[in-house]
Ligand binder design. Structure first.
Ligand SMILES: [Ca+2]
Ligand SMILES: [Ca+2]
Ligand SMILES: [Ca+2]
Length: 284
């Protein structure tokens, strides 16, 4: 009995992992070489939601060959914005970029970082006077001349409230001529299961494919459908000379990290689970 109780307790702990989460207000933005771009970062908590803590330290990571940091605006609890309320301290603001030597964001292309941190001794950060998600700051960058393609602005934590883990999103910045992977049909900058869902729905003949799927900036149901339809025969991943729902099933299974994707799908002669996987992976 006590073992069951322990397992139950463990399951509850698992379910209730406390999170501080950071995400850009828009996941994908278009950039123009030689101009500026602003990335606004929002904060929330989960388990419990919308709760006060002792604070948070944030690093913003970026590729200095493409972006030059140009300062924070709208910084939460900065002196300009603190007014009479002194319960919060903005305890650090690294406006001079430093080398991203630790690479805590796991992306070698982001070689520099800037940081900001807040603390509340009585555990009342970010305070109750803000709508959730709370806007922490807007970071302005200058975009280098001659840039093309995609670049990421990523997030990591320099400090978390005790007992919390970090969930971090990332901003995808891209020029208008950036090439997206064939399977990145929502143009989010990443090929993932969301793309698989959209593709499968379309190959099933659906005319509304984006239900419940968050699309990249500027993307609509119609634009995603146009991208999928334009992909044409490259989506024929089982190479039976037709693009069918079965191709969508195979793609979605693979984008869900499946290593056996042909269960229940009849493959043509010469095709195997391995050949289909390599065809799909070549489109990522
Ligand atoms: Ca990095
Ligand atoms: Ca995508
Ligand atoms: Ca096919």
């Amino acid at each position: 009995m006590w073992i069951l109780a322990l397992i139950f307790w463990g399951a509850c702990q698992e379910l209730e992992a406390r999170e501080q989460s950071l995400a850009p207000s828009v996941n994908t933005q278009t950039i123009t070489p030689g101009t500026s771009v602003s990335v606004t970062i929002q904060y929330a908590t989960a388990n419990p939601a919308q709760t006060q803590t002792t604070g948070l330290g944030v690093w913003l990571h970026y590729d200095s060959s493409r972006l030059t940091f140009d300062g924070f605006t709208q910084l939460l609890h900065s002196e300009e914005r603190l007014g009479a309320d002194r319960r919060f301290a903005l305890i650090g603001r690294e406006t001079t970029p430093v080398e991203d030597a630790e690479d805590r964001d796991g992306d070698r292309s982001t070689d520099q970082k800037v940081g900001v941190a807040w603390a509340s001794l009585d555990g009342q950060w970010p305070g109750v006077d803000h709508a959730w998600p709370v806007t922490l700051f807007t970071a302005r960058f200058r975009v280098a001349e001659g840039v093309s393609g995609r670049t990421m602005v990523r997030l990591s934590a320099s400090g978390l409230a005790n007992g919390y883990t970090l969930t971090a999103g990332r901003a995808v910045l891209h020029t208008t001529d950036a090439a997206f992977a064939v399977l990145d049909v929502d143009q989010s900058g990443a090929v993932d299961a969301s793309d698989g869902v959209l593709i499968l729905r379309r190959l099933n003949g659906a005319s509304t494919v984006d239900t419940g799927v968050v699309l990249g900036e500027g993307q609509t149901n119609a634009s995603v459908i146009a991208i999928i339809d334009a992909a044409g025969s490259s989506l024929d991943v089982d190479k039976d000379k037709g693009v069918h729902a079965s191709d969508g099933v195979l793609i979605l299974r693979r984008l869900n990290a499946g290593s056996t994707i042909d269960t229940g799908v009849l493959l043509p002669d010469g095709q195997s689970n391995a050949t289909v996987i390599s065809t799909i992976d070549a489109l990522k």
